[in-house]
Design a protein around this ligand. Structure first.
Ligand SMILES: Cc1cc2nc3c(=O)[nH]c(=O)nc-3n(C[C@H](O)[C@H](O)[C@H](O)COP(=O)(O)OP(=O)(O)OC[C@H]3O[C@@H](n4cnc5c(N)ncnc54)[C@H](O)[C@@H]3O)c2cc1C
Length: 465
């Protein structure tokens, strides 16, 4: 068995793992990056963030061409969808990005090994690799577990890849389902539900909790739910799925029995940390009660020299969070001052319109007994939003009543995912609503609605009563 030693071994080349490897290489460490998939980039680039956004973009174009182009005087004739080309376009985006990650790894002189890794001891990893030239046993003083997550399966409705599917399958359906039931009203279910609804599938979202995107404020969810319903999605909340047989999904809402016919069921009820086959016992690494790798405030496991980050540890399962973890761990390993502000991780649902949040919501702030001032501004009063057919939704800023410090923000509206980032920046520097309100925003932009919401905190929005 060929053996090689490194300063750092990273297991898993998702956004957490490959970014950690990149930063460590920048800091002069000799790094090995092990990935069991053929392509780098993890869930995010291969079956997650990127393919879903490519499909969302293509289907937005389709909806525009089919339903809105004529309003603009654009005459297109008949509009139809070619699924094979749609998937090819998505795949080309994925290939470009995964290839880009591989090229960057090579330029940084990182040893990339394709194969599944397992611990042999706290400082040794074995790789089942098909490449005879690659080392099969690697040793290092520092090892990072960045093995990510996998879709949660319902025990009574196992994935078969055909009718009961996960997001891995739903980013690659080769035909539009007639009736798609999405179990779970979170970001992944709503994004992929929107994709197939736009292409003509009859989509029903069945959510166990009393509302979809349950971590958001009630007013945001109400507005968002109405918009999705106008787009044709059926939304059933407070409904517990009980099974799927003979093309019918059954659920219960209290004593009420529900049934939905479905040729495909997308189960999107969450993701589980993935540590299968890693042989953590050989290293002595402990898991927490939710089977996540247990880490401290510096992402160190209980075993000296072994770190974990991204989806496999506690915290939001988001690519940008994983990336920040990756940078910080590389810097800590290199004895630098790494830092992640886990209180300010923005979250986005990339439907049309998008929904975005950062920090504390109004409902959570009030439930915690905090005195807050709220500023809201509707896109319907924003010139650019009207010009862009994006008048649905609003910006909401939550500020401390005494100090005016921004505690959080939530936005439902076109481009919310981009708009939230200036609020994250203000919050990162401890900014107040007044700071944000006095910052010059270009006209006409959707971002003026953010400034107006900040003015509204002090009840002085200029373009609203
Ligand atoms: C449909 C979908 C859409 C999403 N959209 C977004 C979005 O828009 N924005 C966002 O922020 N997040 C999104 N996410 C979540 C995002 O993909 C994850 O949060 C992110 O990929 C986590 O990064 P990670 O590096 O921790 O793990 P992963 O990306 O899961 O990477 C882990 C890698 O480790 C590899 N691995 C596992 N075990 C081993 C082993 N033993 N040996 C070698 N390799 C191994 C896996 O093959 C995988 O490639 C989405 C997820 C899905 C499913």
């Amino acid at each position: 068995m060929s053996s090689q030693s490194f300063d750092l071994i990273v297991i898993g080349a998702g956004p957490g793992g490959y970014v950690c490897a990149f930063r460590a290489a920048q800091l002069g460490l000799k790094v090995a990056l092990i990935e069991k998939r053929d392509a780098l980039g993890g869930t995010c680039l291969n079956v997650g963030c990127i393919p879903s956004k490519a499909l969302l973009h293509s289907t937005e174009q389709f909806v525009f061409a089919k339903s809105h182009a004529a309003e603009h005087g654009i005459k297109l004739g008949s509009v139809a969808i070619d699924i094979a080309t749609l998937l090819k376009k998505k795949d080309s985006v994925v290939t470009k990005l995964t290839g880009g990650v591989a090229a960057l790894a090579k330029a940084r002189k990182i040893t990339v090994i394709t194969g599944a890794a397992r611990f042999a001891s706290p400082t040794e990893v074995e790789v089942a690799t098909a490449n005879p030239a690659a080392p099969q046993r690697l040793t290092a003083k520092n090892i990072v577990i960045a093995t990510g997550s996998a879709p949660v399966e319902l025990p009574f409705m196992k994935f078969d890849g055909e009718t009961v599917v996960s997001s891995d399958h739903a980013v690659a359906f080769n035909a539009v389902p007639q009736k798609l039931v999405v179990v779970g009203g979170g970001a992944i279910g709503l994004e992929l539900g929107s994709v197939w609804a736009r292409l003509g599938a009859e989509v029903t979202v069945v959510e166990f909790l009393p509302k979809i995107i349950a971590t958001y404020d009630d007013d945001i969810v109400r507005a968002f739910t109405r918009i999705l319903q106008k787009q044709g999605l059926k939304i059933e909340v407070g409904a517990k799925v009980t099974g799927y047989a003979n093309g019918v999904l059954t659920a219960e809402r209290g004593a009420e029995k529900l049934s939905f016919s479905a040729d495909k069921v997308l189960v999107a009820v969450g993701r589980r940390p993935f540590t299968d086959a890693l042989n953590l016992a050989a290293a002595g690494v402990e898991l927490d009660e939710k089977k996540r790798v247990k880490v401290d405030g510096h992402l160190k496991t209980n075993v000296p020299g072994i770190w974990a980050l991204g989806d496999v540890v506690a915290g939001p399962m988001l690519a940008h969070k994983a990336e920040e973890d990756g940078v910080a761990v590389a810097e800590w390993i290199a004895q630098k001052a790494g830092h992640v502000n886990w209180d300010l991780i923005p979250a986005v649902v990339y439907t049309d319109p998008e929904v975005a949040s950062v920090g504390l919501g109004e409902d959570a702030a009030k439930a915690a007994g905090l005195a807050v001032n709220i500023g809201k501004f509707n896109f319907a009063a924003n010139g650019r939003a009207l010009a862009n057919d994006a008048a649905d939704g609003f910006v909401k800023i939550i500020a401390d009543a005494k100090t005016d410090k921004i505690l959080g923000a939530q936005i439902v509206g076109r481009g919310a995912g981009d708009l939230i980032s200036e609020i994250v920046t203000h919050m990162e520097y401890g900014g107040s609503a007044e700071d944000l309100a006095r910052t010059v925003h270009a006209h006409p932009t959707m971002s003026e609605a953010v400034k107006e919401a900040a003015l509204a905190v002090a009840k002085r929005a200029l373009h609203a009563i």
